[in-house]
Design a protein around this ligand. Structure first.
Ligand code: 5GP
Ligand code: MN
Ligand code: MN
Length: 396
């Protein structure tokens, strides 16, 4: 489906890939489009919904400036997926509970039980020196990280909220592992959002929304942010690789011998990068959106009771070669907790081994948009390569 709506109230247009957008998200997008350094237009993906700083499901190309709150504090959040050589008949139902327990034990909680995992120590090692340089220059950053060793101990761990690990089956009953996590270092995001705010005040720059404070290229804070955000993004990708290794090891303890096929995907959905669009080198911030250049493989999860998709990008320049990063929320966490009961969660996650208690009600499938509608709205952005459905879901 092509672009469904264009808002022209701002300096530049906002192009939207859905009819399903609320007034506050619309206003938020228009505010972004009023900034003087927006390249061409703002693109809103079909899973668009209200965010802090910038709308979730937005793609913001900027010339000579970055808005740290648009990248957000969940820097490098994203998805990883890998297809194994296993098939559905090799998982029995009793076994699924074992897998749930093993993954829950081995991955989310931290390094305590992985003290002797040399690979995790080795994976964390290259991040130490550059972090030391950053924190020597910005001592407040170190303070925010807590202890210097905190982040090192987090590599290979899931993080809370809606981060998750799943065992899924695809359209041919082949077994996949899919996971959602990031850099676990939101200190960097908070720190630079605050720096940008203070710079705006110092320079007396008026903004349509104080959350849209930006760092202009050519300033020291800009350079430091680019260094820090790149560090966090690289860390996030490595974190997902390490988690994937640990999940596969957890499966190996209970399942017949298997291998990982060449179908492996690892993509950010909250990040900023330098890219060329419409003939210019610009910064592209994807806030709840994934890159979908022609041939790019991406992951679009649905919810803890819906299908997810492995997709291939079509390279549509109008979306800055991007697409949706999920179904997107239909309602806030508090609204979901009010509206639904554990019995609803039970009904909406049938056939999935997962938590079904009050503690995850905010993540109930009914709190998310219909993933199939989202997919239909972006048929000009991506094509579906695989359709996945989870049988195990471990929430952070
Ligand atoms: P976000 O990164 O914006 O927090 O979430 C990304 C997307 O993941 C959501 O928009 C939603 O569609 C999807 N999602 C949330 N929880 C789950 C889950 O437990 N399993 C799967 N497969 N998808 C989920
Ligand atoms: Mn995240
Ligand atoms: Mn995420």
């Amino acid at each position: 489906m092509p672009i469904r709506q264009v808002f022209t109230e701002g300096e530049k247009p906002v192009k939207v890939w859905t009819d399903d957008i609320d007034a506050r998200s619309q206003a938020q997008l228009i505010n972004i489009s009023r900034l003087p350094f927006i390249h061409k237009h703002v693109a809103a993906m079909p899973d668009v919904h209200l965010g802090i700083g910038a709308t979730i499901g937005s793609v913001i190309a900027t010339d000579k400036a970055i808005i740290p709150a648009a990248v957000g504090v969940d820097i490098g959040c994203g998805m990883a997926a890998a297809r194994t050589s296993l098939t559905a008949d090799q998982l029995d139902e009793k076994g699924l509970k074992k897998l749930f327990d093993q993954i829950s034990r081995d991955v989310p909680v931290g390094r305590a039980q992985h003290k002797d995992d040399r690979a995790l120590t080795d994976a964390a090692e290259p991040f130490a020196a550059p972090l030391k340089v950053m924190t020597d220059k910005h001592p407040q950053l170190l303070k925010a990280f807590g202890r210097f060793s905190n982040w090192v101990n987090q590599i290979g761990t899931l993080g809370g909220g809606n981060h998750f690990i799943e065992v899924c089956l695809d359209e041919s009953d082949r077994v996949w592992v899919m996971l959602h996590s990031g850099s676990r270092g939101n200190a960097i995001g908070h720190y630079f959002i605050e720096l940008a705010r203070r710079d705006m005040e110092r320079w007396m720059i008026q903004l349509p929304d104080r959350d849209l404070a930006y760092l202009p290229e050519g300033t020291e804070h800009f350079d430091d942010y680019v260094e820090a955000v790149s560090w966090a993004q690289t860390y996030a990708r490595e974190n997902r690789d390490q988690m994937m290794r640990l999940v596969l090891a957890a499966l190996a303890r209970h399942l017949p011998e298997f291998s990982v096929t060449e179908e492996v995907v690892n993509c950010h959905h909250n990040y900023v990068d330098r890219e060329n669009h419409f003939g210019a080198n610009v910064w592209v911030t994807r806030k709840g959106a994934i890159r979908a250049r022609e041939g790019d493989l991406g992951i679009i999860p649905g919810s803890m009771g819906a299908k997810s998709y492995i997709v291939r990008g079509k390279g549509n320049p109008e979306s800055f070669c991007s697409c949706a990063h999920g179904a997107g929320r239909r309602m806030s966490r508090t609204a979901a907790e009010k509206q639904f009961k554990p019995a609803d969660l039970e009904a909406q996650t049938q056939g999935v081994v997962c938590r079904k208690d009050k503690g995850v009600l905010d993540e109930i499938p009914g709190a998310y948009k219909d993933i199939d509608q989202v997919m239909a709205n972006q048929s000009d952005l991506v094509e579906v390569v695989h359709t996945l459905k989870q049988v195990v879901c471990v929430k952070g």
